[in-house]
Design a protein around this ligand. Structure first.
Ligand code: MN
Ligand code: MN
Length: 477
């Protein structure tokens, strides 16, 4: 922390950020810790995009939100949600102004990097007498981080008759877990030892151990170990090997969220990118009653692979969901109004940023880098190689957002993703901006982002929730 200056002029003119813990009184520390408990539970239960959507529906229905088809007409104060294909959702609190002046949106994503099973995953290595699952990883991962940790398999299988089976194996203490085995160091020198770190484990080497006990009762079977696995799956879920073709099965860390550090100031958990923002925006929306402007929270899917597909932010789901709300507010609405309404709206692209790693500071330009615990990060642009692929929010909008945060005493910091030309990344911001929406990236900074166990500061999580709530409810913008 920088030494506090005695110079009044320096205090007036210079920008300083400091740890949000510094000024936190007892009451605030308690609020931060309490908020962390709810957050950990959300992360524990929602480990896939579908699970987060299902869990969120349960949470908001208890708070008076209803599915849009339950409403004949919508009016100010109504709470409504929409789910599309089980993987993307929008939830809104209708404002006094309806939609004529646009709306306020906080958009996060609920997919996280993981290891997907291939459509024909199961095979038997008859030499070694093991059954294994082939995988195709999802999103940007350092593959070596995913070996020799306990994994759980979550997902859905759609059977030949169209019935859907939900699967979660590896979360209950009594469940078995799955492991991608690594090579022992004694024999790894000439193979893995000569590879780069990123290539230490290659994509096709992410093979999950499924079992190794043959089904000895089937004397004539060719692959008795594989058959045993298929029989166990069939006994429990009524599925066959062909059913796995119509399945989404995701291997995720079978580890629960935990406090990190003796002072319990941090949280370690899988999937905080971007459920940190999903949870905080959800909690913010739940605090809102009859706002001026309509508030909408979006949970997008497929951000980690470029926001593609019907459930990604590049789809027309934004238009579709807003037009569904409009139709219930004004049965005579015209389609061209939709574009105008969307373009008048303002948004936060709620996504996590990177916190400076104490050992690898050199990937940052420290004056423009985020510190864990220093509050929500405002990130004007992402992208790579000269801001390529970035949103690059306008100065005017940056001004509005920082004014809201200052007015509401939100600890915030400004940062970019890394040193110039060091690397880069994108969010949903650019796809929202294509609708002429004013949008900026805004979320907490994580350590060990995209790893199986990401680290956040509880203070950042709490103040992100407060920041989102102030964005939804602030009247003077
Ligand atoms: Mn993200
Ligand atoms: Mn990400």
């Amino acid at each position: 922390m920088a030494k506090k200056s005695d110079s009044a002029l320096e205090k007036k003119l210079t920008l300083k950020t400091e740890s949000a813990w510094n000024d936190a009184d007892k009451k605030t520390v308690k609020a931060i810790q309490d908020f962390g408990e709810g957050y950990k539970e959300f992360l524990r239960v929602g480990k896939t995009e579908r699970e987060v959507v299902d869990l969120t529906v349960k949470i908001i229905e208890k708070k008076g939100f209803k599915s849009i088809d339950k409403y004949k007409k919508l009016k100010a104060g109504d709470k409504v949600y929409m789910v599309n294909k089980g993987r993307v959702m929008a939830m809104a609190v209708i404002g006094k102004k309806g939609l004529d002046d646009g709306f306020r949106m906080i958009a996060s994503h609920v997919d996280s990097p993981r290891i997907d099973l291939k459509q024909k995953p199961l095979y038997e290595d008859s030499d070694i007498e093991l059954a294994l699952f082939k995988t195709h990883y999802y999103g940007g991962i350092k593959k070596y981080q995913w070996v020799n940790i306990p994994l759980a398999i979550h997902g859905v299988v759609v059977k030949a008759d169209g019935k859907k089976v939900n699967i979660v194996i590896g979360e209950d203490e009594s469940d078995p877990v799955f492991v991608i085995g690594d090579l022992l160091p004694h024999l790894a020198h000439k193979t893995q030892g000569t590879r780069t770190l990123f290539e230490g484990i290659k994509g096709e080497e992410l093979v999950i151990l499924a079992g190794h006990q043959p089904l000895s009762s089937e004397k004539d079977a060719k692959n008795k170990i594989k058959l045993h696995i298929l029989k166990l799956l069939n006994d429990k879920y009524g599925i066959t090997e062909e059913d796995l073709i119509s399945a989404e099965l995701e291997a995720v860390p079978a580890m629960n969220p935990r406090d990190v550090g003796l002072d319990r100031s941090m949280i370690g958990a899988y999937g905080q990118d971007d459920r940190a923002c999903a949870y905080t925006s959800l909690m913010a929306l739940l605090d809102i009653e009859k706002p001026e402007m309509t508030n909408i929270a979006y949970f997008f899917d497929k951000e980690e692979v470029g926001s593609i597909g019907a459930t990604g932010a590049q789809s027309n789901y934004l238009e579709l969901s807003v037009s569904q709300i409009m139709a219930k507010l004004d049965p005579d609405f015209k389609y061209f109004h939709l574009k105008t309404i969307i373009s008048k709206s303002i948004a936060l692209s709620a996504d996590v940023d990177v916190a400076v790693h104490p050992v690898f500071k050199e990937v940052h330009e420290l004056n423009n880098a985020a510190r864990i615990g220093h509050g929500i990060v405002i990130c004007k642009f992402g992208g790579a190689r000269g801001k390529g692929g970035a949103n690059d929010a306008t100065a005017e909008y940056m001004g509005q957002v920082r004014t809201i945060f200052n007015k509401n005493k939100i600890p915030w910091q400004s940062a970019e993703l890394g040193r110039v030309d060091e690397g880069g990344g994108g969010t949903v911001a650019r796809f929202l901006a294509e609708n002429n929406i004013d949008v900026v990236d805004c979320g907490p900074a994580l350590l060990s982002m995209h790893s199986p166990y990401e680290i956040s500061s509880k203070a950042d999580i709490y103040h992100t929730y407060r920041a989102y709530r102030s964005f939804f409810s602030e009247k003077d913008i």
